[in-house]
Design a protein around this ligand. Structure first.
Ligand code: G6P
Length: 482
């Protein structure tokens, strides 16, 4: 077990690499998470690394309380070689921070999701939620300060922890701090929807870091622009630096790639084969359009379904010849906007099936349970993948499909996804708001000659795996040392 205050590398994120659930007898079961950060961290082999995260549920909080000093040491919960410390926060503070500010205000802001005639409204309740967000960020900063060895490297992740770099620097000026944003950064005109005090706090929060990383240059420049306009900071748009109050923060672009080696191996295990057989039986000899997302407002699932409906209406030759497989697993169901959106996705799916289904053809298969093996099976099968977010920091589905695809898969991709920056040459680009344009793109994708599809998929897979998670992680560490 790592000693307290001896960690030389620390990672902080809201969602950690493990979660707990409690059974009917109250026993806690641990589940490991996946994702880029988990595989990224597997690149470091340091017994003194610590991952600080929030307890997200009552079961997590119980687990955090049962372990010594709230820390789940390697003895019990070894995750790729580092200890995990779960913060047992007051549930109300956590709710204010996670649901109230991070996933409502900041997520909506950076993805430009507000319906501005009515939202946002920064009223007394919103001010209360902001207090909770500040307390939550402070709890992270304090935990990191308590764990870190002198001069340690701290890698702070994502919008939930926007205030942490500055708070941590105040507590521990000796640390090397980097911040990485996994989502887009709002353009300055939109960012200014935030009350000025909060806008300044978010910017100076991030600027507490030595390095701030983004998936694309576009998001890095948007951040720099906000610093110039809101803080009057000195910005070098070519060298990507921001100077404010005597300190310089260097901005970096680290475009997270797919983990090719892992995906290729994982996609051929028996559980995936089984699901592939079931999907093949359901789809029959028809073409398949696949999408896989959290049921998330920014993923633009509704317009994707409308585009598919328009394809079937306007090009009857596709009726009976194509199946749209949509995996849209639930997310953030504490938020009313997400519940409403999920209901809309279901409603439109039912309408499409009601309009077109025949005795032997179901035009749309919508599944809402999260099942990674089934997603991989769909990637293997897909003729076309539809990835049409309104805005997206990166979008790893767009990168995973070409890696796993068996016969070559045409990729219809939103130009507003971070992944577009690397995949533009071989994907079919769309404006995510343009339903008719998306329907045309689906048609183009479905009619792409087989050898062109295969060639494009090969090039897409190469671009998608250019910076695998392990290297992505090491690059950020290296950038902190330089
Ligand atoms: C995005 C964010 C992550 C977040 C994930 C899932 O990818 O960048 O920080 O963990 O969505 O959202 P959730 O609210 O379920 O953690």
């Amino acid at each position: 077990m790592a000693d307290l205050t001896s960690a030389r590398i620390l990672v902080a994120s809201n969602r950690g690499p493990v979660s707990f659930s409690s059974g009917p007898d109250g026993a806690l079961t641990l589940k490991r998470g996946g994702g880029g950060l988990v595989s990224g961290l597997s690149a470091i082999d340091d017994p003194n690394a610590v991952w600080v995260c929030a307890a997200l549920s009552e079961a997590d909080r119980q687990a955090a309380r049962q372990s010594p000093q709230g820390r789940l040491d390697r003895g019990g919960f070894d995750v790729g070689g580092q200890a995990v410390r779960m913060l047992d926060l007051d549930p109300e503070v956590f709710d204010q921070a996670y649901n109230g500010v991070a996933n409502s205000t900041l997520w909506f802001l950076h993805h430009q999701l507000y319906n501005t005639p009515v939202a946002p409204a920064f009223d007394a309740e919103a001010a209360q939620r902001w207090q909770g967000f500040t307390a939550y960020n402070r709890a992270f900063a304090e935990a990191l300060a308590a764990e870190a060895a002198p001069g340690a490297a701290v890698l702070v992740q994502d919008y939930h922890l926007s205030l942490v770099p500055e708070l941590l620097r105040e507590l521990r000026p000796d640390l090397r701090i980097s911040y990485f944003l996994h989502i887009p950064w709002a353009p300055a005109d939109y960012f200014r929807l935030l009350p000025e005090e909060q806008a300044r706090a978010v910017l100076t929060g991030v600027l507490g870091a030595d390095r701030a990383g983004f998936h694309t240059r576009r998001w890095a420049l948007a951040f720099a622009e906000c610093c110039a306009e809101v803080l009057d900071a000195e910005v070098d748009r070519t060298g990507l630096t921001v100077r404010h109050q005597g300190r310089t923060t260097r901005l970096g672009v680290h475009s997270l790639g797919a983990d090719g080696e892992f995906l290729r191996e994982r996609a051929h295990r028996p559980d995936v084969d089984e699901r592939l057989a079931a999907l093949r039986a359901a789809v029959g000899p028809r073409r398949t359009i696949v999408r896989v997302d959290r049921t998330e407002l920014s993923k633009n699932i509704v317009r994707g379904l409308l585009a598919y409906r328009h394809l079937l209406r306007s090009r009857p030759e596709w009726r009976g010849k194509v199946v749209h497989v949509a995996f849209a697993y639930p997310s953030r169901q504490d938020l009313v906007e997400y519940r409403d959106y999920t209901a809309a996705v279901r409603r439109i799916s039912e309408e499409i099936n009601a309009e077109f289904a025949t005795a032997d053809w179901q035009p749309l298969i919508l599944q809402v349970e999260d099942d990674f093996a089934r997603s991989l099976a769909a990637y293997r099968l897909a003729d076309v993948a539809l990835v049409n977010p309104i805005r997206d920091g990166m979008n790893l589905v767009a990168k995973e499909v070409p890696v796993v695809s068996e016969a070559g898969c045409a990729l219809v991709l939103s130009r507003e996804a971070g992944a577009w920056a690397e995949l533009a040459e071989d994907a079919i680009g769309i404006n995510p708001y343009d339903v008719l344009g998306t329907a045309d793109a689906l048609h183009r994708a479905l009619t792409m000659p087989a050898d062109e599809r295969t060639e494009r998929t090969k090039r897409l897979a190469a671009a998608a795996t250019a910076l695998p998670p392990q290297q992505w992680f090491l690059d950020q560490l290296a950038a902190l040392s330089s």
